[in-house]
Structures are given as structure tokens and as C-alpha cells.
Design a protein around this ligand. Structure first.
Ligand code: GAP
Length: 488
């Protein structure tokens, strides 16, 4: 039976085998920032590629986009982030540690990324029995205050004309801001989606659990535009499609669930939202959000139409977002610049949006946790990662049994032939048993070994990571054998 992974085991394997390192470790590390090592970068790229393949490449109704991280500040006024994207925090009077109020009250119970400020304010009414997570003092908290989550930066060298910008806290707004560009430059027709993968930044108050919640992270987001009235059907479609994506890539069904948001958890833009949750091995072994699928209605496009109308007043106020109000909607807003004309029904409307929004780092962690296993083999512990072949960082390792008798030459030839098709690793150092164990820990599905028999009958052994069963395969059939087994 698969062993339930502990986060410490995963963290230590990730460091030992070069999946993930603490950022700036040689300087003592930078809290909540991580670097992906040689195996990690391949794993994460495979996760990203798997998302792109299923969301964009395999669909006729989704196109891709890659927007800049820095955007016009009015984007964040229109989206609501400038005014509302904050956590309510309180400081312990004893140790000065600041904590999220919703975490103190256990209100969100780790189920949501950010409860609305209104909800947090309700929860914050009585902190007298709450315990400081840092020093354990009870009920000694300052008055709760909002803490803005967007990172600020300055653009421009001159003090007089430099502009305050924000590192994007989500990739979604770049898609809304380009809705018209995509519409005008391609042949897409509603219903269709625009997908994007990229970095987002949030100055999170509480970071935790390795790469689960960090201040710099990667998101994979799809904004799927549809006609009002068809939104609920598309919401159901994407809810299921996104759940299946994880199980198709090997996540065990019993570790995954869909959880519908209560009304008071909903973000300001959402009519409905469901989280795909994974049973992560931290906290109380609780379910945690992996991805959200939200019905954002026509909120964002309408808001950006208001934002576009506010541009002049933004200049008049010298770009100070705190001094401007978004212009109200005109009577004929549904005919505005971000509206869509449905040729078939001769109707103009502002499209509704269904948004599946996943975290690449967070799903990478889920894939690591779910694949992790330990088993006893002949009195020794074997650590392994049972990755689905399409996300495994290395697909096959090629070994000569020993470094002589022409074996390295044959093994190198096989390696050179295979590496053009998929990621391979060549290793001729040390006992072959140890080389197998190293590849088990890297999650490599197959090891190909050239041995004494190879010279006699032109066959090699192919060892399966999970069963450890070895088969003899003809050298000239190895490539097709592996391609078939890997599903390539
Ligand atoms: N556009 C909607 C949106 O951004 P979200 O629930 O705030 O929604 C979506 O974020 C996903 O992004 C989350 O489910 C999670 O996978 C990932 N994510 C959010 N904040 C994160 C953080 N601080 N660290 C790692 N991943 C994060």
C-alpha cells in the first residue's frame, strides 16, 4: 500500500535530488521563495505543458496569450484589486507578529485564499479568545487593519514622472485587457477561451508549506467567454474538465474533491465558485485549494469599460488611484467597446466568463506528494516517485552494466538515439542497483541496461520503476517499446 507522504519527506527529497531549493540559500535563504533545480524545472515544465496541451492545443475553442507582468495601474482599479485585494491583519501586542484575522478565527479554515474584507471584518469583531500563532498569547491583538497584497514598484528614472505600478496579482486581467485585441485579430467566435500561464505576485501575510503558498508563483488561467444564459452549463463543463485533468495525470481520486464555495466566501466578482481540493499532508492533514473554477459573470469586461472611460480623470489626478472613482456605466454599456456581436442571433452583449484558475507550483507540489512512496525491498527502504509518464522529469535512464567490454559504447548509442524523442539520462557510475534507486527517487519510469548478453543477442533489459520487473527488449525495438509504454 502506498505510504502517506509527510511534507518533511518531500522537502528533503526535493533538496537531495535537485527538485527544489530555498531561494538565495547561500545567503541564509529568502522566506517563501523557491528555486527549481535540474529535476524540478523539468517536472514543472511538464506540468505547464500538460495544462497547455489539454486547455489550448487539444481544443478548437481556446487560444493562448502571454501578457506582460506590469500593466497600466487603472487595470487594478477596474478589477477591484486596488481597493479590495487586502487581508485583514492584526498584530500581537506581545511579540508584534502580524497574522491574518481569518486564520486566527479559523474562519476560512484554509479553504479559501482570501475571504472578502467584509467577511473578515465580521469575524474580527471578537479576538479576545484568539491565540497568537507565534508566541501563544491569548487575546492581545491590535485593532484589525487591511494589509494590501499587491507589490508596488516604480517605473521610470525621473522622480517627477515616475509611475507607481503593481506586479500583477493574477494573470487573468491581462486576458480581459486583451479581449478586444484577440477578437479583432483572430477568427474566434463565442463561446471561446483565452489561456495564459505566467508569474503572479502577492505579498502574502502568511506563507506556508513549502511551495504551497509563496509570494511569487505561477498561475495557469483560462478565461472562457460565453453568452449570458449559457454560463452555468460552461461552469459545469469546466468544473469536471479540470477535475479530470488531475486524475488523468495520475492524482488518486480519493485525494481530490470538488468543494462549492458558500455565498459569504465568494470573491467580489463571482456568482459561483468551486475549488478543486487536494488532501495535502500538512496542517491537520486537511483539504486545501488546488485550483478555483469561478463564474465571473460579465463583471470584468464591464469594469474595464468603466476603466477605459476613467482614463482622462486618471491623468487629471496625476495617476493617483486613491483619488479617482471609476466612471459609472452608461445606459448603453452593453454596446460598449468590450461587447460582442453575435452574428447568428443579431445580438450584442457583454460576454460572461467562466474561469478555471490553477497554480502551477501548487499542482507541482500535489503531483510530488501524490507520487511519493516508500516500500520495503529485501530489508531496505526504497523511496520512489510514481509519476505519470507525461510529467516525469526524465522518461528513461540508460546504463551500461559496467564501464568496459564495449558496453558504454552501445549504451551511448542508444542514449543518443532516444534523447531526440524524450528526456533521457545516461549514467555509468557506481553499482547498477544504486543507479536504479537514484532513478526511482527521480521518478524515472524506465531504466535501460546494456549487459553481457547484449553483445550476444542484441537485447537490453528494460526495468519498470513501479513493478521493478525487467524485460529483455531488442536494441532496435527499444525506442518504439518505450514510446508506446510512455504513451508518446
Ligand atoms: N484569477 C483568480 C485567482 O487568481 P485565486 O484563487 O486567488 O484566484 C488561483 O488563485 C490559484 O492560484 C490558486 O488556486 C492557487 O493554485 C494559486 N495561488 C494563489 N495564490 C498563491 C500563492 N500565494 N502561492 C502559490 N499559489 C497560489
Amino acid at each position: 500500500m502506498a505510504k502517506l507522504a509527510k511534507l518533511d519527506d518531500i522537502v528533503s527529497l526535493c533538496k537531495r535530488r535537485g527538485f527544489i531549493f530555498q531561494s538565495s540559500e547561500i545567503y541564509g535563504g529568502l522566506a517563501s521563495c523557491y528555486d527549481y533545480g535540474p529535476l524540478g524545472v523539468e517536472l514543472k515544465r511538464n506540468v505547464r505543458d500538460a495544462w497547455w496541451k489539454s486547455t489550448v492545443q487539444m481544443r478548437d475553442d481556446v487560444v493562448g496569450l502571454d501578457c506582460s507582468i506590469l500593466m497600466h495601474p487603472l487595470v487594478w482599479k477596474a478589477s477591484g484589486h486596488a481597493d479590495k485585494f487586502a487581508d485583514l491583519i492584526s498584530e500581537c501586542k506581545k511579540c508584534n507578529t502580524r497574522s491574518r484575522v481569518d486564520h486566527l478565527t479559523n474562519r476560512a479554515d484554509e479553504h479559501t485564499e482570501h475571504v472578502s474584507l467584509d467577511t473578515a471584518q465580521k469575524d474580527a469583531q471578537d479576538l479576545s479568545s484568539k491565540v497568537c500563532p507565534s508566541c501563544g498569547t491569548v487575546g492581545q491583538f491590535t485593532e484589525p487593519m487591511p494589509f494590501k497584497l499587491m507589490f508596488e514598484t516604480q517605473m521610470g528614472a525621473n522622480a517627477d514622472d515616475s509611475m507607481t505600478l503593481y506586479l500583477r496579482p493574477e494573470t487573468a486581467q491581462g486576458i480581459f485587457a486583451n479581449f478586444k485585441n484577440v477578437l479583432d485579430s483572430t477568427r474566434v467566435k463565442i463561446p471561446f477561451g483565452i489561456a495564459q500561464i505566467g508569474k503572479s505576485f502577492r505579498n502574502e501575510v502568511t506563507t506556508k508549506a513549502f511551495i504551497f503558498r509563496t509570494r511569487e508563483f505561477e498561475q495557469a488561467e483560462l478565461e472562457f467567454f460565453c453568452a449570458p444564459g449559457t454560463d452555468e452549463q460552461w461552469y459545469e463543463h469546466w468544473k469536471q474538465a479540470r477535475f479530470n485533468w488531475y486524475t488523468d495525470l495520475g492524482i488518486k481520486k480519493e485525494n481530490l474533491r470538488l468543494r462549492v464555495h458558500d455565498d459569504d466566501e465568494l470573491a467580489h466578482y463571482a456568482k459561483a465558485c468551486v475549488d478543486v481540493e487536494y488532501k495535502f499532508p500538512f496542517g491537520s492533514g486537511d483539504w486545501q485549494e488546488l485550483e478555483g473554477v469561478a463564474n465571473r459573470t460579465d463583471f470584468d469586461l464591464r469594469q474595464h469599460q468603466r476603466g477605459m472611460r476613467t482614463l482622462n480623470s486618471w491623468y487629471e489626478n496625476k495617476g493617483d488611484l486613491t483619488k479617482i472613482e471609476l466612471k459609472s456605466e452608461s445606459e448603453d454599456f452593453h454596446k460598449g467597446p468590450l461587447s460582442y456581436f453575435d452574428e447568428q442571433n443579431k445580438q450584442r452583449f457583454i460576454p460572461y466568463v467562466i474561469e478555471p484558475s490553477a497554480g502551477i507550483d501548487r499542482s507541482t507540489l500535489a503531483f510530488l506528494v501524490d507520487a511519493y512512496d516508500e516500500e520495503e525491498v529485501k530489508g531496505n527502504t526504497r523511496n520512489l516517485l510514481r509519476f505519470h509518464p507525461s510529467i516525469a522529469p526524465i522518461k528513461a535512464a540508460i546504463f551500461p552494466l559496467v564501464k568496459k567490454d564495449g558496453m558504454p559504447e552501445i549504451a551511448t548509442k542508444i542514449y543518443d538515439d532516444l534523447k531526440g524523442r524524450f528526456s533521457c539520462f545516461y549514467d555509468q557510475k557506481g553499482a547498477v542497483g544504486r543507479r536504479y534507486r537514484r532513478q526511482d527517487e527521480a521518478g524515472t519510469p524506465f531504466c535501460v541496461t546494456v549487459d553481457g548478453q547484449t553483445k550476444e543477442d542484441d537485447t537490453v533489459t528494460v526495468r519498470d520503476r513501479d513493478s521493478m520487473i525487467q524485460e529483455r527488449v531488442a536494441v532496435d525495438k527499444v525506442k518504439t517499446y518505450l514510446m508506446e509504454k510512455l504513451g508518446l
